[in-house]
Design a protein around this ligand. Structure first.
Ligand code: SF4
Ligand code: SF4
Length: 423
């Protein structure tokens, strides 16, 4: 089926009931129908029916969408909004509907983020520049990417040393081996969150898993897919399947600690369904993908014996809560840590504004959402906030730092790791 027909098939399911409006962060901020799921679907459908052109107003409506998929959770009609957005954005890029310089800048940004060596190098260079500009990327880059030179682009802070972190190709289970799992090391994760990756391996080992990290495995394609660069995304998906395939038969699961990647990996079967060479392989690959919290709950967590005395709040990453419908498992894991007190924040499953590269391309709206998230976090009195996605980790960390709060940001597996290691 062609992309256009798929788009028609998906948009027609919208019955315009509006149940999704209150769930949509951009509608809540603006009150504008064109910044709501129903409005965006209506615009795409009107374009497909030839009623309106795909003009700059439609591009803007789609650019301001976070892709958070909260509307899917709220929708009684089962509208696959995430797929509609991906296909509409693919049209923006393939039909060249934005200025060439902006397309170039967006593509360069994605290429940098998804090549760990380039990302580490760029952050080092930008860090030097940032020190001269108060921690923000200056005018030209911001103007190209966000259309707003005065907003600047805040640079993420790496968790440890700024370098490309690697993992052993095979890490043996502690004690008797119960399972063998593959692990996605990621692209952004291995530069900014090498410690989280290392903690994930240790927690899996502690739970009787041999962990296989194929050295050739690279980016999963999620960032390109969400931004409309479909062909680039598919190329990355095929390469990742190739990298995992030799070890796939021995793997009980492919474990992922990044919600945005996991959500896309689980959709590989559908995304590659038109490719006769990869269709079945993509389905076999996707069937094994599990978020790390999902996997640990499924196999029965080895309870940590040592306490972590801390008040912790949990932020639902959109692509975990809405994209994968994984909400309870991270909470269940945290509740099994002795001494840890879990306090819920208001709007825990509302987007923090990070949303892939949204905080770079739409900084105004992203900052409003971050301020709201930080205010809710402050109300909890928590000293630690846990979340399962690198974008959220970096963005909330930045919000906390700018607010001068003494709050640590980490992935739930890092708290489990601390409880196993008494650190
Ligand atoms: S809830 Fe679903 S069916 Fe209703 S307007 Fe929103 S997307 Fe359409
Ligand atoms: S993906 Fe998020 S921001 Fe976009 S329409 Fe749906 S709820 Fe709104």
């Amino acid at each position: 089926m062609s992309v256009s027909h798929k788009l028609d098939d998906k948009t027609i399911k919208c019955i315009r009931c509006g149940f999704c409006l209150d769930a949509c962060p951009t509608f809540r901020l603006t009150g504008q129908e064109s910044k709501s799921p129903r409005g965006r679907i209506y615009l795409v459908r009107s374009w497909r029916e030839g009623v309106i052109p795909f003009g700059p107003d439609v591009v803007e409506a789609l650019d301001t969408c976070l892709g958070c998929r909260a509307c899917e959770t709220a929708c009684p009609s089962g509208v696959a909004y995430g797929s509609i957005l991906e296909m509409a954005r693919e049209h923006i890029e393939s039909a060249h509907l934005r200025p060439a310089a902006q397309t170039f800048a967006r593509k360069q940004l994605l290429e940098t983020l998804t090549h760990p060596g380039r990302l580490a190098f760029s952050l080092r260079a930008a860090g030097l520049l940032g020190r001269l500009t108060g921690g923000k990327m200056p005018g030209l880059a911001a103007q190209l990417l966000s259309g707003s030179p005065d907003q600047g682009i805040a640079l993420p802070t790496p968790q440890g040393e700024l370098k490309v972190h690697t993992l052993p190709e095979r890490s043996p289970a502690k004690g008797d081996r119960r399972h063998t799992v593959g692990m996605l090391v990621g692209c952004v994760m291995r530069v900014l969150f090498g410690e989280t990756n290392a903690a994930t391996v240790r927690v899996l080992q502690e739970n009787g898993c041999d962990v296989v990290a194929p050295p050739a495995a690279g980016c999963c394609g999620a960032l390109h897919l969400h931004a409309g660069f479909h062909a680039d995304a598919l190329a990355r998906m095929r390469a990742l399947i190739d990298a995992f395939e030799p070890c796939l038969p021995e793997l009980d699961a492919i474990v992922v600690n990044s919600a945005g990647c996991g959500s896309t990996l689980k959709e590989y079967g559908e995304l590659l369904e038109d490719d006769p060479d990869y269709r079945d392989r993509a389905r076999a690959f996707a069937a094994k993908v599990r978020d790390v919290s999902e996997w640990l709950v499924a196999i029965g967590l080895t309870p940590p014996a040592r306490p972590v005395h801390a008040v912790v709040s949990y932020h639902d990453a959109c692509h975990l809560a809405h994209g994968q419908r994984v909400r309870q498992q991270p909470r269940q894991l945290l509740q099994q840590i002795p001494g840890l007190q879990l306090v819920e924040m208001d709007e825990a499953d509302t987007c923090c504004g990070s949303a892939g590269v949204y905080n770079i391309t739409q900084p105004r709206m992203a900052r409003q959402l971050l301020a709201r998230k930080i205010a809710h976090l402050r109300e909890t009195g928590a000293r630690i906030v846990a979340t399962g996605n690198p974008g959220c980790l970096a963005w909330i960390q930045q919000g906390v730092r700018e607010a001068g709060m003494d709050v640590r940001i980490c992935h739930p597996v890092e708290l489990l790791d601390a409880a196993y290691r008494n650190s």
